[in-house]
Design a protein around this ligand. Structure first.
Ligand SMILES: Cc1cc2nc3c(=O)[nH]c(=O)nc-3n(C[C@H](O)[C@H](O)[C@H](O)COP(=O)(O)OP(=O)(O)OC[C@H]3O[C@@H](n4cnc5c(N)ncnc54)[C@H](O)[C@@H]3O)c2cc1C
Length: 386
């Protein structure tokens, strides 16, 4: 892509030089073909944008993340027209949770909905990502480049594209577009340069797979509240059951809040999205739902911006996005994910302080229900229901 003339973005912070404008070969560059990057590229391609995705490895990822797509996320996937991405993966339908409290011996069953078609989906993460990438690659407007993005190119205070190292040639290449979306995941290389403060690690999830394990109840995930911390169990294929054990480290206060409010990049020409933008504790498994809901919002916002080099509507769209996601899904999900982790991972915290295992257990259930059952299917959370 060398030799493309850099177009200037229209923004109060940028110099416009109309004589220099050359229509870009790419409308949108997306860094990272994970959940957000792959799905966004597919829908923007369908909407007529020319999209180039830079992904450091196009092989099927082998990661213990994003395996349980909650009902709200599955609905967002369907609304994006990407539901085929979970077909043919040996995915499991998840209709709710069983919560076990090892201290009191109580077991509570929480169904997402009476309607079984409203369930979530659990799968091997890598298979799902490959499904999303396949959906993107069927779009003639979308192309993938295997390479590692190394640097955001800027011109007069605007991001104009990226530099990346091509995996096959080993060469550093440059690519320019009016809009660059950075979705390089939770270990984002660019988060810091786009204004984030240091990310703190609140705990670690350690995972393993059980082969051909019987389920407590078919099509139900399980949450075990043990004295060692919460443990998640769910089937990800007909033979494989994932066990995730939360091992607590230092728990930073308001991580989600400061990630949401402080990371948001101020530079024109770039969007930071997905986990790179906003993470929450994975205990409640909502990251993919949030990513897909964000794609839904950005898709409709970008549909009203024909010229992506026009930075004024893009800045307005960023603001709109921030408030729209906050009121529709992100705020309550982030805050409750944090609260739930504090509650369920508490060794001598909330549960013990209340000193009444049944009351505290029911408090936890109420949080969990509000978080996973009442919130997810409706899509519009109601904090007042707490
Ligand atoms: C332990 C754990 C369990 C989780 N479980 C769930 C769950 O059950 N349900 C749920 O909904 N969410 C879950 N999540 C959250 C979910 O995985 C994330 O929210 C989701 O994957 C975010 O998508 P993303 O596209 O932002 O990032 P990712 O899916 O991580 O994608 C980032 C992509 O960027 C690529 N990349 C990185 N750097 C570069 C670079 N420099 N150049 C080019 N490419 C690059 C990577 O290779 C990757 O493909 C979990 C998270 C964790 C940590």
């Amino acid at each position: 892509m060398q030799g493309i003339k850099i177009n200037m973005l229209v923004s109060p912070n940028c110099t416009i030089n109309p004589g220099d404008f050359v229509p870009p070969a790419t409308d949108v560059i997306i860094v990272g073909a994970g959940v957000l990057g792959s799905s966004l590229s597919a829908v923007l391609g369908r909407d007529g944008r020319k999209v180039t995705v830079i992904e450091r490895s196009l092989r099927e990822p082998d990661r213990i993340v994003g395996e349980l797509l909650q009902p709200g996320g599955y609905r967002a996937l369907k609304e994006l027209g990407l539901e085929k991405s979970v077909e043919g993966l040996d995915a499991r339908i998840v209709n709710g949770y069983i919560i076990h409290d090892t201290e009191s011996g109580m077991v509570v069953e929480i169904a997402y909905s009476q309607d079984q078609t409203q369930g979530g989906r659990a799968f091997h993460h890598g298979r799902f990502i490959m499904g999303l990438r396949r959906a993107a690659l069927t779009e003639p407007n979308v192309r993938f480049i295997e390479g590692t993005a190394t640097y955001l190119e800027e011109e007069n205070g605007c991001v104009t594209g990226i530099q990346y190292k091509d995996k096959h040639s080993g060469k550093i290449e440059r690519l320019h577009a009016p809009l660059t979306v950075v979705a390089d995941g939770c270990f984002s290389k660019f988060r810091q340069s786009l204004g984030s403060e240091r990310v703190q690690i609140c705990s670690n999830f350690v995972g393993c797979i059980l082969k051909n394990s019987p389920q407590y109840k078919p099509n139900y995930a399980e949450l075990v509240l043990s004295c060692h911390g919460p443990i998640l169990i769910y089937q990800i294929s007909s033979t494989d059951t994932r066990i995730l054990v939360d091992i607590q480290g230092r728990l930073p206060k308001n991580l989600s809040q400061y990630m949401t409010e402080k990371i948001h990049p101020q530079l024109p020409g770039v969007l930071l999205l997905g986990d790179a933008y906003n993470m929450r504790h994975p205990l409640t498994g909502r990251g993919m739902s949030v990513a897909l809901s964000d794609v839904r919002i950005w898709r409709s916002l970008l549909q009203n911006i024909p010229d992506l080099s026009d930075n004024t509507p893009l800045l307005q769209a960023k603001k709109k996005f921030h408030w729209e996601r906050k009121s529709s899904h992100s705020f309550v999900v982030d805050v409750l994910a944090q609260a739930l982790h504090e509650l369920f991972a508490s060794q001598d915290g909330i549960l013990k302080r209340i000193n009444d295992s049944s009351v505290s257990f029911h408090m936890g259930i109420k949080y969990w229900k509000t978080r996973n059952v009442q919130l997810a299917p409706e899509g519009r959370p109601s904090p007042s229901s707490l």
